[in-house]
Unconditional design. Structure first.
Length: 165
């Protein structure tokens, strides 16, 4: 995924805010929706593109699941609902990131138990510059659709907010 993580994070966080009856954590959800790709800095600046960035710890769903479960227990132990709300928004956006990456990019969903990337579609290398292969593949229409839905929701929410004011 190239352009869909942030818009998908907006769609998901907006939905979660309604379900969790809060309006305070949109920015947290947006940041969480792109957090796994911060490993791109390491990929390009330190690792010299030796290891596919989807194989770094930031792209391991079981790592984030374990961390989420631990924080849920901590929040429950201290009777802090806001810990549950915040960590659930973060976790759901991280998992959405991995679902989107699994569409064409592959994620090691069960690592370290099974070391195998799972993905739905293989995008063939049809262009010299690999990014163009993805952008001219039909699967990129999914990303454009997610982006358009997020834009529509954003403007609809703004219209509703201004109507209430």
């Amino acid at each position: 995924m190239f352009i869909a993580h942030l818009p998908a994070g907006y769609l998901l966080t907006t939905f979660l805010q309604r379900k969790l009856q809060t309006t305070a954590y949109l920015w947290i959800g947006l940041v969480a929706s792109v957090i796994p790709d911060l490993d791109m800095l390491y990929f390009y600046l330190i690792d010299d593109r030796q290891t596919l960035h989807h194989h770094y710890w930031t792209h391991l769903p079981l790592f984030w699941t374990a961390l989420w479960i631990i924080t849920i227990f901590i929040g429950h132990a201290f009777k802090r609902r806001n810990i549950f709300v915040i960590t659930t928004i973060i976790y759901c956006n991280l998992i959405l990131h991995f679902v989107l990456d699994s569409f064409v990019g592959g994620i090691n969903w069960l690592y370290p138990f099974i070391d195998h990337d799972l993905f739905l579609i293989t995008v063939p290398a049809t262009r010299e510059f690999w990014v163009w292969s993805f952008m001219f593949h039909w699967s990129f229409l999914v990303e454009i659709t997610i982006l358009l839905l997020a834009i529509l929701l954003f403007f609809n929410n703004r219209k509703l907010h201004h109507a209430k004011a």
